[in-house]
Each structure stands twice: as C-alpha cells, then as structure tokens.
Design a protein around this ligand. Structure first.
Ligand code: MV4
Length: 497
C-alpha cells in the first residue's frame, strides 16, 4: 500500500490525510465543484475533481470514485464516515477494482447493516441484545401476540434501519397496527425496504458505545464513549470515559463488543452501540462499521491514533496496540461545532465564513475542514469542526472546554457555540446526570436566551474581522458582500436578538 484515495471531504478527509502522511503513505483527495479550494484538497499529494456539488454526483458516486482511484494510481480507498462508508456495495466495488478497502470486509458491513440478522448473530455469540424479535413481522395479529410476549412499551424498528429512521414507540395494543404501518412506510421510503421488527422499549437509557480494533490476529476494545447528549439522533457532545461506567461494566461491555466484532469477522476500527440503564444493565443495539466522528475522545484517553491503526490493519500489518497499555487516562470531551442556529430551531445557517479563530492551548484539539473565506452551503452536513479537549479529570475537562469555547470566534455563519457554552455551565451536565432524553427535557439549553458574554464575544469578533481585513491577504474566494462595518452591524444585531 503506497497511495490512499480518501473518498470524503471536510475535517475527516484532512484527518485521514495527516494519518497517511505519518504512515509514509501518499494521499489522494477527491473534491466536488463546491470544494475546489478546500483545505483537504491542498493538504493532499494529488487531487481529483469528481463532479458537481450535489453529493449524488460526486461523493456518493461509486463509479466516479473508483475511476478517480484508477486515474490517480491509488492502491487503497479510505471512505471516512457518512457518504459511502457503510455501503457494502462500495466496499465490494473497491475490492473488485483490485484496491484495498480501508475498513471491514463487505460481509461484515452487510451483516451489521441488517438489524434482524445482526440480532441473530449477536444472540448466537452470547452478546446481550434488547429483548424482542429477531425476524421481521408483517402481520398485525402476529405482531400483537409478539408485543404481548415482550411486554409494553415496545418499539417498532426498521430491519434496514439505524440512525433513528423508521422507529415508533408503542405503549398499548390499540396503537400497534398504526405504528407498524407508519414505521414500515417510513422504512420503505428511507431504505427501500419496509421490513420492521419489535423490541422492548428501554426508557431513558444512556447511549454508550465501545471502540474496537481488529487485525488478522486479535480483536481488542478501547473502552467506551458516552454519547447521550444528542438532539434528534444528531450527537452534539461526546466524552470518554463515561461517568456511568465502572471498571467492571467496562470489562463486560468491552468483552461483549469484542465478541460482536468477532462474530462477523470484523477487521479494522468499529464501534458497538449499547443502551445502558440505571441499574447497570446493557444491551447491544447495533455496530457502526466505520471510523466515527467522535473517535478523537477515545484517541486522547487511550493514546492511540485510530486512523493510523486503520491504515496499518488494511495494509496487513499488526496493530500497534499492546493489551497491557489499554487503560483510559484522564478525561476527554468533544463538542461538535455545527453551522446550525439554536436560536432558530437549529436551522442550518449558510454563507461565507468571514473570520474563524480556532481555540488553542495545552490539551486542546481542533479538528476542522474549514477556514476563513470558506463558503458553507446546504450540500453537505453542518459539521464545521470538532473541538476536543483532554484534562486529568472530568471537571477540569469541562473547565478547559469552556475556556476553549470562549476563545472560538466564528463570524459569518451562525453556530451552536453558545449552546455548548451553556451546556458546560449547566449543573445537571456537570454532575453527569445525562441520558438520551436530556436535551428534550432541557429545552432551556437549546433556546437562545441572551448570554451576556456573547455580546462581548461578538464585539471582539467584529474587531478581529476588521483587523483581519486590514492585515491579512484576502482569501482567494469571493470578496463580495461583507465589510468590517457590516460584520460589526451583524454582530450587534445577532447579540441583541
Ligand atoms: C432503542 C431505544 C430504546 N429502546 N431501542 C435510536 C437510533 C437507533 N440507533 C436505535 N435507537 C434507539 N433504540 C430500544 N429497544 C432508544 C433509541 C434511541 C436512541 C438511541 C441512542 C441514542 C439516541 C437515541 C435517541 C432516541 C432513541
């Protein structure tokens, strides 16, 4: 393996390019028309245009990506996350083209992608799954009997699902038939497959996931990430370790995750999702067969570079992870900085980033694909950057994150920065009293009440923007629409909203 094509964009493309270089590999970037001037294109050794901004004609086009790999002389393809990362057909096409897929075997992706098959495989492997059925139900009468057996409340889930689509909670028998119909039609629309099945509904669990790594010889786990802070299935904050996980639970959940991976012949980096209840009971939910957005918190507490290990494993080398070293040290937190405006129902915000100042300092990591001058569009997801901190304990990590959030300046597009600040100052969050419904209960954190510090922050942002326009070279992108006085005006009106 000498040259790796990265079938992705943004922060994860940059992250993978760095890992390639550290491994002595050349990196090939691909880019859509919207990303011509992006940082990931400049960081790579070669870059290939793959089509228009629309993802279906660029980052989601298997044909164009394989052609780009051929044209560039790449011998491997890293899918990153999102886009084609969990499409077994893409992994297969890569292998068919005589290229190395930096990820698990297509059969492992396929087995975990079908939730009822995954449940059957996990049950055989002795991995605890949520009580319920492991085959699709189509007949309402049979479903009624099954639900009675499981006990209400139950959850109707799409067999091809994941990520929250095609799910319904059912609290009494009379609502079951309608829920089956609704979930099936949503599943058909989202996945082209209407199969649904039933599970016991677990009330107010935490969402905990276990990182695994597998090479040809061994499968190991790298502890948990706590991912309960989410809104509509979009994670906003992740941490490692979890305040709710004792060494004993970690060992048992870790062993379950290792068994899950082994049961499908897993290779590379993967994540097993679990639901954890108050009494310490945990259930396997699904396995994500990719590197995840939130992988850095694990890297910081385990001292492992997960992307470099992915590359080594794909090249047939042993992972450089010694079982005796696999202990978490300190605490890591990640805030996803998105171009979404909490003051406006988390609506995506677009426009030119007029000024960006990233936080820095000891224990601060900024994984971003955007810079001053970049245009934020609606073509791609709203993740601008990940702000990650490490400190010796959770309390110091929260303090460090607050400081870093104070230093962050983004002018030109609205972000969720102020939400993160309020969360870091919240008493329930700081005590670790969180579960997957936390943000539904705490609408007060989502709604924008005027944060007095934000006014000062915006004034500083406007001043910095002015300074930037006077002293820095203009970015190559468009210079239309935007003068320091306009930024200052925007800052004032935003702060006073
Ligand atoms: C559940 C559940 C409660 N009980 N299954 C959401 C997405 C998909 N990965 C599975 N999901 C859930 N499955 C049972 N039997 C609650 C959720 C769930 C959830 C899970 C993880 C993180 C956030 C969530 C938000 C809402 C619901």
């Amino acid at each position: 393996m000498r040259r790796v094509l990265i079938a992705n964009r943004g922060e994860i493309a940059l992250r993978i390019i760095r890992a390639c270089h550290e491994e002595g590999l050349e990196a090939v970037a691909v880019y859509s028309a919207a990303d011509r001037r992006s940082a990931h294109v400049r960081a790579a050794d070669h870059a290939i245009a793959i089509g228009p901004a629309r993802p279906s004609e660029s980052y989601l086009s298997i044909e164009r990506l394989i052609a780009a790999a051929r044209e560039s002389g790449a011998d491997a393809v890293h899918p990153g996350y999102g886009f084609l990362a969990e499409r077994a057909a893409f992994a297969e096409a890569v292998v068919q083209a005589d290229l190395v897929f930096v990820g698990p075997p297509p059969a492992a992706i396929r087995a975990m992608g079908d939730k009822t098959e995954a449940r059957r495989r996990m049950q055989e492997a002795g991995v605890p799954i949520v009580p319920g059925g492991s085959a699709p139900v189509d007949d309402p009468v049979a479903a009624r009997a099954a639900a009675e057996e499981i006990g209400y409340p139950v959850m109707v889930k799409a067999a091809a699902g994941g990520g929250g689509k095609g799910m319904r909670v059912v609290r009494d028998p009379d609502s079951l038939a309608a829920a089956l119909k609704a979930a099936a039609s949503e599943a058909l629309k989202a996945f082209g497959d209407s199969s649904v099945y039933l599970e016991k509904f677990i009330e107010r669990p935490r969402h905990i996931e276990i990182q695994v790594l597998a090479d040809a010889e061994r499968t190991v786990h790298l502890g948990e990430r706590e991912c309960s802070i989410q809104r509509r299935h979009q994670k906003l904050v992740e941490e490692a370790p979890s305040i709710a996980i004792s060494a004993d639970i970690r060992e048992r959940m870790g062993a379950a995750a290792v068994s899950a991976a082994q049961a499908v012949g897993y290779r590379g980096a993967g994540t097993c999702e679990f639901l954890l209840t108050d009494d310490g009971t945990f259930y396997f939910l699904e396995m994500n067969t990719r590197i995840q957005v939130e992988h850095p918190v694990t890297e910081l507490v385990y001292g492992v570079d997960l992307v470099r290990e992915q590359l080594r494993i794909a090249a047939g080398l042993p992972m450089r992870v010694h079982p005796g070293w696999l202990n978490p040290r300190g605490w890591a937190l990640e805030c996803r900085i998105t171009s979404e405006d909490p003051a406006n129902g988390f609506l995506p915000s677009t426009g030119r980033i007029e000024y960006l100042r990233a936080p820095a300092g000891p224990g601060v990591r900024w994984d971003s694909g955007v810079e001053t001058g970049d245009e934020v569009t609606l073509y791609y997801d709203s993740l601008l950057a990940k702000l990650i901190v490490w400190a010796p304990d959770r309390s110091q990590a929260i303090t460090r994150m607050s400081q870093a959030l104070d230093e962050l300046v983004v002018v030109g597009v609205a972000t969720n920065q102020a939400f993160h600040r309020r969360l870091m100052a919240d008493a329930e969050f700081t005590k670790g009293e969180i579960d997957i419904q936390f943000l539904e209960r705490r609408a007060d954190l989502l709604a924008q009440s005027v944060d007095p510090r934000r006014l000062l922050d915006l004034a500083v942002a406007a001043a910095l923007a002015e300074d930037h326009s006077r002293h820095a070279r203009r970015p190559a992108a468009t210079t239309e629409g935007g003068s320091p006085s306009e930024w200052a005006r925007q800052a004032r009106s935003e702060g006073l909203r």
